[in-house]
Design a protein around this ligand. Structure first.
Ligand SMILES: Cc1ncc(COP(=O)(O)O)c(C=O)c1O
Length: 468
């Protein structure tokens, strides 16, 4: 009941703030309602969830909320309940008017064309990426994992051609705790047990290093350097020392997976900019599609990119005109609306509020971290078990805020880059209410003698993982 009341209060406040957020556009035409508890099968949401459960593979375990409309930081379910979306399709915000206009205009002219022909949007997109990021060339794909897969193939090919790695012996080094998607090549270097158990045999040619362990890395170089083609990393794990070691090596490609951290999310255009590092290869995704359609891209200079020749790699729809037009519009919005600077500034505010929250609940919150609007709250798993990040996110949803649980103890907060000061405060307030009001009840009603959260130990290296 308290949750519903607080939800209604939040909804009123959010409605007031909305009027200012997207300028002249009014939200009064959009559905409204109170924040409901979890949908039941008698609601349209409940019915849709049942349908999906019945007819779709169970490869995700979503928070039970159904999106049917969205604008900026807000989404609505079919019942008209409104939520603040702190995952936001990892983008600038839902249905940005400028991006949607480009999408509609382009959809009426030309949508998909294969790379068997030229189209009039992809060259413009490629040139735009060159002018923003300074890499000679782009290889367009659709999803993040495809982008990473492309970068891996590129590194192997480059290694064989340019540094004369013996045939079929190329090695890619990646970091413990990394996440780069779920294709077979990509999970072959994953530390995510769930993504690799039962999918063997994995691809050979991968080695791991602990982010931060420069000694292990140097040893790896001494022992296997002549076979290492590339080093793949998520720059948000941030370690300038380690990156420098790779930067000095002209014989190993430094590949930054900026699928999630790139395009302003971390408060810089690329998260690598925090370390003043210019990787040889950059993979972009998620926000490149402006929260509208999937677009990914791999950037590199000619001496690397031209190692791939016609027929050796591709994707029927990578670089299609609709995706290219949307991606150019998304880049324009990021630059014109100064979303990188905004992410940095709002991210500072967010982290201050989260630190405050941790001070208030030191027994529940083990740590908070973030750069720009890319932040996470780590729960004290031992004290809260069996209450998990998923359970907290369910309560957060009841209070009108959507966030993503990662593993059992991490709540990821990545609000849209267009999020307002007010929305940030509301999001953190909802989290505070969950800790203050909901959590005591959740802890009281937890089963006696419940098993503690088992730490996430990597099958490969036996290390406890730290990724957020
Ligand atoms: C860093 C990183 N790389 C790659 C991917 C895979 O992207 P996709 O799910 O679009 O294949 C993700 C997805 O979360 C990611 O966070």
């Amino acid at each position: 009941m308290a949750a519903m009341k607080a939800g209604r209060h939040l909804q009123c406040l959010v409605k007031r703030r909305d009027r200012a957020l997207w300028g002249a556009r009014s939200l009064s035409a959009l559905p409204q309602g109170s924040i409901a508890s979890s949908p039941t099968s008698s609601t349209p949401s409940g019915h849709l969830i049942s349908l999906e459960h019945e007819y779709s593979a169970h490869n995700y375990h979503p928070i039970p909320v159904v999106f049917s409309q969205a604008k900026g930081s807000s989404v609505w379910d079919p019942e008209g309940n409104k939520y603040l979306d702190f995952l936001s399709a990892y983008s600038a915000g839902h249905c940005h008017p400028k991006i949607i206009k480009v999408l509609k205009d382009q959809a009426e002219k030309l949508t998909l064309s294969s790379r068997a022909f030229y189209n009039d949007k992809f060259p413009v997109f490629a040139e735009r990426l060159r002018s923003i990021f300074g890499y000679d060339m782009v290889l367009p794909m659709n999803t993040g994992a495809e982008g990473v897969e492309t970068a891996l193939k590129l590194a192997r090919k480059w290694g064989y051609e340019k540094t004369k790695i013996p045939k079929d012996e190329a090695i890619i080094v990646s970091c413990c705790g990394c996440f780069h998607g779920r294709t077979l090549a990509v999970v072959s270097m994953s530390c995510d047990n769930e993504a690799i158990r039962g999918f063997g045999p994995l691809l050979p040619g991968h080695l791991k290093v602990d982010f931060g362990d420069a000694t292990a890395l140097e040893n790896l170089f001494k022992e296997k350097g002549d076979k290492i083609a590339g080093f793949l990393f998520e720059p948000i794990q941030g370690d300038a020392g380690l990156l420098e070691i790779f930067a000095q090596s002209k014989k190993i490609l430094m590949i930054a997976d900026e699928v999630q951290s790139g395009l302003g999310r971390s408060g810089r255009m690329l998260a690598c900019d925090w370390e003043d590092v210019h990787p040889d290869v950059v993979v972009l995704g998620k926000a490149l599609g402006g929260g509208v359609i999937p677009v990914s891209a791999v950037l590199a200079d000619k001496d690397v990119m031209l190692c791939i020749r016609p027929g050796e790699h591709g994707s029927t729809f990578g670089g299609n005109p609709l995706a290219s037009a949307v991606a150019v519009a998304s880049l324009d919005v990021i630059i014109d609306d100064q979303l990188v600077e905004r992410s940095a500034k709002m991210g500072e505010d967010l982290i201050k509020q989260l630190i405050q929250l941790q001070r208030q609940f030191p027994g529940h919150i083990k740590g908070v971290r973030g750069r720009g609007l890319f932040s996470a709250v780590e729960l004290n798993g031992a004290a809260l078990s069996p209450v998990s990040a998923y359970g907290i996110c369910l309560k957060l949803k009841e209070r009108g805020v959507l966030a993503k649980p990662t593993h059992s103890t991490i709540i990821r907060l990545t609000p849209p880059l267009s999020v307002s000061v007010y929305e940030l405060q509301e999001g953190v307030k909802a989290l505070q209410d969950v800790f203050e009001i909901d959590l005591p009840t959740m802890l009281q009603t937890r089963p006696q003698n419940s098993a503690p959260h088992t730490p996430h130990i990597c099958d490969r290296c036996g290390r406890k993982l730290y990724r957020a």
